[in-house]
Design a protein. Structure first.
Ligand SMILES: Cc1ncc(C[n+]2csc(CCOP(=O)(O)OP(=O)(O)O)c2C)c(N)n1
Ligand SMILES: [Mg+2]
Length: 443
């Protein structure tokens, strides 16, 4: 779908219009290089591991954020904090190379830090000028995000930070959402009215070793938890292709069928061909058959989930940044989206770290990467040059949002710490009658 869309950052006059075609091209280039990074590490037979399927599923979500929403700190703006599923790091690195912030050798040595390669996950200690916040230990990131958003408010209400905005964006997997720290802390966010906090719950229906629910519906469950905790909830379930079809469904028969289907059914649908999808949707209800009659099998197969549609994702973010409460955006995707038959929607997608030579060539062609088949088999990186419209678009959009992110700055007011002697046992209270004296702590 071509056309332009976009926001004008009404509050600041920043931000640029979107071009769907160019954004798709940019995303494909980043997808290719992210995958190549993991495959090159894999091809060295060093048992380095790495993840392809997670970034493949959330690439569109992240790209819409980078092109249109994630704003860097400036004189006028408090700055956004970017926290995400750390095992999707290859996509962030692949973008940073294009932006000229990392070099090719650093990603060629992904996870080989003794060779100065980039770290596996967001480690601010390992890459102190790059990563803003650590994530990956599942559950700890979201909890930290709640308290970080609260801390920004704390600073603002005490006049220590100007009230000039700044959002905490945190992406959370649907497997991760089961970690008890998350539902244990989201109440803090609504109680403290943290309108600077956005959670994007990435529901690809799979965790490390299989379905998240299978016999239930994770998106409904997550929605109930966040509504119950008084958050705003926005769901991004279907791609634009479904709009017309669902509008025609005046009796709600198709909707009822979709509601009935559990996550295991949706996993199955991802693995069926177009005729199979039709059969599964229709069941024995001829009213649904009639609704689908105008759609070819190929069309049915190509109907996307919401998280793979930049327009739907954009619309959700646009609403979220205007909310006056914490917001959870629940986004449905397919794990391993775009990786082809080897991994897309397969229960083993998370563990897919290698891809056959033929599949590499097939992916390269599908993403429109102009390299030879031989280079594709060797998982070579490829980026457009500086004069390419895609490069210009990517850089201009970041410029309009204040600069590159993630980027960690050491430019902040330093607090002078008191001497350790302050804690010696010589306070007035310690000398009062009746005070208990403890032996000094051993170092
Ligand atoms: C506390 C903890 N336990 C286990 C892991 C290992 N681990 C990394 S990713 C992952 C599965 C993540 O599934 P999900 O949150 O659904 O993310 P997806 O990759 O599907 O987007 C696990 C178990 C971890 N990082 N942290
Ligand atoms: Mg998942």
């Amino acid at each position: 779908m071509a056309g332009s869309f976009g926001r004008s950052h009404r509050s600041t006059g920043q931000g640029k219009k979107g071009d769907l075609e160019l954004e798709r091209r940019i995303e494909n280039v980043i997808r290719w290089n992210a995958q190549a990074m993991v495959l090159q590490a894999q091809d060295k037979n060093l048992a380095l591991g790495g993840h392809i399927a997670t970034y493949a599923a959330c690439a569109t979500m992240l790209e819409v954020l980078f092109h249109h929403f994630l704003r860097k700190r400036s004189e006028e703006y408090g700055g956004d904090l970017f926290m995400f599923q750390g095992h999707a790091s290859p996509g962030i690195y692949a973008r940073a190379v294009w932006e000229g912030r990392l070099d090719l050798q650093q990603i060629a040595d992904f996870r080989q830090e003794l060779l100065h390669g980039v770290s596996s996950y967001p480690h601010p200690r390992r890459m102190p000028k790059f990563w803003q916040a650590p994530t990956v230990s599942m559950g700890l990131g979201p909890m930290t995000a709640v308290y970080q958003a609260r801390f920004y408010k704390y600073l603002e209400t005490r006049g220590l930070k100007p009230k000039n905005g700044g959002k905490v964006w945190h992406y959370i997997g649907d497997g991760e959402i089961d970690e008890p720290e998350i539902y244990g802390t989201i109440g803090v966010a609504s109680r403290e009215n943290l309108d600077n906090l956005i959670f994007v719950v990435h529901c690809n229906l799979q965790r490390l070793d299989g379905p998240v629910r299978g016999n239930g519906k994770i998106i409904q469950e997550v929605e109930r938890h966040f509504y119950g905790a008084s958050w705003d909830v926005i769901k991004v379930v279907w791609g634009s292709e479904w709009d017309e079809l669902l509008a025609k469904d005046e009796d709600g028969v198709l909707l009822a069928r979709l509601e009935q289907m559990v996550d295991g059914d949706f996993q199955e649908i991802t693995n069926l061909d177009g005729a199979g999808v039709r059969k599964k949707l229709v069941g024995d209800d001829q009213r649904i058959a009639a609704l689908l009659a105008d759609y070819s099998d190929d069309q049915l197969k190509a109907m996307r989930r919401g998280g793979h549609d930049a327009l739907k994702v954009f619309a959700a973010y646009e609403q979220a940044v205007r909310a006056n409460k914490p917001v959870a955006i629940i986004v449905k995707t397919v794990k391993g989206y775009g990786m082809g038959k080897a991994a897309e929607g397969k229960n083993k997608a998370h563990q897919t770290k290698d891809i056959s030579a033929d599949a590499r060539v097939e992916t390269k062609n599908r993403y429109g990467i102009p390299i030879s088949d031989e280079d594709a088999k060797a998982a070579k990186f490829w980026y457009p040059g500086p004069e390419d419209p895609a490069t210009k678009y990517l850089l201009e959009h970041r410029k309009a949002l204040g600069g590159f992110l993630p980027e960690r700055s050491e430019d902040y007011p330093q607090l002078e710490l008191p001497e350790v002697s302050l804690f010696e046992n010589n306070s007035r209270a310690a000398n009062l009658p009746g005070a208990r004296h403890f032996p000094p702590l051993r170092p």
